[in-house]
Design a protein around this ligand. Structure first.
Ligand code: CU
Length: 167
């Protein structure tokens, strides 16, 4: 008799644990969605553009503005199917010559506005698979530590500035 009662209690306990796990699971999922939603809105990409180039040019660059309305975040990766290899570069002046270096990560503080523009940060598109011809549009994927992946459409437009680049 006592054994039967114990089994009954155990079953009830098991059921409560199961329900508790389901409720907790749903809460975690709800939190995850809410979190993801707020993160998506926190990073805004604006004014993406790329300079049109003759088809023989092997590398190109993309420029954009990153606005962070949320928590501090870090741009950790860039990629695009238009190039074999995409990476963040920073132009700098060395011996009166404009050079560029690879930048692994770009920290973006809360409320910061980071401008990728000729002469500064840019997304280097190494080994173009298609020419950056006028009127073309390609997709760039930016990966942030917190906001995750953000896809950006990049229109190819005429030169906004003429800057000599050395690799
Ligand atoms: Cu570069």
């Amino acid at each position: 008799m006592l054994d039967k009662v114990m089994i009954k209690i155990n079953n009830v306990a098991t059921r409560y644990i199961a329900i508790a796990l389901i409720v907790m699971g749903n809460m975690t999922m709800a939190n995850a969605f809410e979190h993801q939603h707020s993160d998506e809105a926190s990073i805004v990409i604006e004014h993406a553009w790329s300079r049109s180039l003759p088809p023989v040019v092997p590398n190109g660059a993309a420029y954009l503005s990153i606005i962070n309305n949320g928590q501090p975040d870090t741009l950790i990766k860039v990629s695009s199917s238009i190039a074999a290899n995409s990476m963040v570069h920073e132009s700098y002046i060395d011996d009166d010559k404009i050079s560029m270096r690879h930048v692994g990560k770009v920290d973006i503080a809360q409320a910061q506005h980071v401008e990728f523009k000729p002469g500064g940060y840019h997304i280097m598109l190494m080994g173009l698979k298609k020419p950056l011809s006028l009127g073309r549009q390609f997709t760039l994927t930016l990966t942030f530590e917190h906001a995750g992946e953000i896809e950006v459409k990049v229109p190819v437009i005429k030169d906004k500035a003429t800057i000599k680049m050395h690799h």
